[in-house]
Design a protein around this ligand. Sequence first.
Ligand code: HPA
Ligand code: ZN
Length: 337
Amino acid sequence: MDLPQLLRTMPKAELHIHIEGSLEPELIFRLAARNGVALPYPSVEALRAAYAFSDLQSFLDIYYAGAGVLLKEADFFEMAWAYLERAAADNVVHAEIFFDPQTHTERGVPVEAVILGLHHACQRAHAELGVSAKLILCFLRHLSEEAALEVLEQALPWREYFIGVGLDSSERGHPPEKFARVFARARELGLHVVAHAGEEGPPAYIESALDVLKVERIDHGVRCVESPALVARLAASRMPLTVCPLSNLKLRVFPKLEQHNLKVLLDAGLCATVNSDDPAYFGGYLNDNFVQTFAALPALTRADAYQLAKNSFEASFASAAEKADWTARLDAVYAAT
Ligand code: HPA
Ligand code: ZN
């Protein structure tokens, strides 16, 4: 039995990936040169060396700066295509990809360029890589609810190109209930709804994401363990948590990967999944997250690997037929590895 081999080869879905967080330093430099954007770093190496974070905000500052090189539809296409090729190599069969339109519209980039560039990469991934790829529009929670309502309306001409909305950026001090109206509007439009909660914020933020925003998944959610009643609720409802172990390590949610609570979450019966969050910044794509986390937590078993992949399909917004197909492929790899 070779557990790393199983982790790498098993088909899986990725449900928590910020496409701007897949922008590698090499591509940042290439796009900066092409678009005439000045960078405050002399080289790729110097930029990469700046990726030492102390918390979520210290990461977000550099992540938003990196996204400043994205101006044209082709830039968004190239970024997403690079991610999707990399994901396919990790046996990702389905990806639900976050994007942050406000990071771009605030710089004068038309929302159309953002959505069309990403959408064309998703279409090509389906045709050429056999990867199903969907988009989720995220609101920046450090900005106002009015700004979120505005960007949602701006995006509506391309409504069929995204399947849902999410909530990301600085969590502390920006509780989910700040976005009650825009999430109600999104639900009215038939969009799926998810939100980051319980990454740096308290369990109460997970509760208000559920009760006020009526989310269908919690992104991160690892701080739920501080409330046994909340853990019981999440388990009973099979509410998915999109956990991102290397992100949690790099942003110091856990001091060491050995102290990550992924095994605790699974043993509590939660629908936990493994995801990469911002792979260009956190030192690994999806299989790196699986392999490094299983190496750091020897209590995680082969059965846990299977459960995590199965959970990723269960937690996705794909059709029942797609989920059944991917699960059958997972069963075949599990039996053979
Ligand atoms: N948390 C909040 N906002 C984000 C993240 C994250 O992990 N990554 C990109 N935007
Ligand atoms: Zn995230």
